[in-house]
Design a protein. Structure first.
Length: 149
């Protein structure tokens, strides 16, 4: 069931992004060549940053109470953002072997990482920048999708 819904979401988005201007073939090949390394580098940096952010937020949370922060609504957004960042970064790390072998499973991991980033942006109310980043990310992903089998 989950595979079918994933497939329908990807197919719907594929139809939308097919209408966008295409990147030249040599540009798409260059993107496919560097994608595994980008996923690995940003996955590692994302995990380190998210874990560091969670640790920093945890250490500073008692001080935030003294500073006037009341409740989870104002300080909790940082925790939620860091957790979402961590999950999306783990998906990037999981995408590395698949994208290196040009498997569709690796591309799917990149796709879901991008979806998680979009949801995270909407949750912490970075709506405009989240939508712009998601449009660029999905555009690039669907430009190179045909290279993954």
């Amino acid at each position: 069931m989950a595979k079918e819904s994933t497939k329908s979401i990807v197919e719907t988005m594929d139809e939308f992004f097919k209408k966008a201007p295409a990147i030249p073939a040599n540009g798409r090949e260059a993107i496919v060549k560097i994608t595994p390394w980008i996923a690995l580098i940003f996955g590692v940096l994302g995990v380190l940053g998210a874990v560091g952010g969670l640790g920093l937020l945890t250490v500073l949370s008692p001080l935030a109470v003294f500073g006037g922060v009341q409740g989870v609504s104002s300080y909790g957004a940082g925790f939620i953002a860091a957790l979402i960042w961590l999950v999306a970064s783990v998906f990037l790390l999981a995408a590395y072997p698949g994208t290196k072998a040009k498997k569709l499973s690796g591309w799917n991991m990149l796709f879901w990482s991008q979806v998680i980033h979009l949801v995270g942006s909407l949750v912490v109310l970075s709506i405009v920048s989240g939508l712009i980043g998601a449009l660029i990310g999905f555009y690039l992903l669907f430009q190179i999708k045909s290279y993954y089998k």
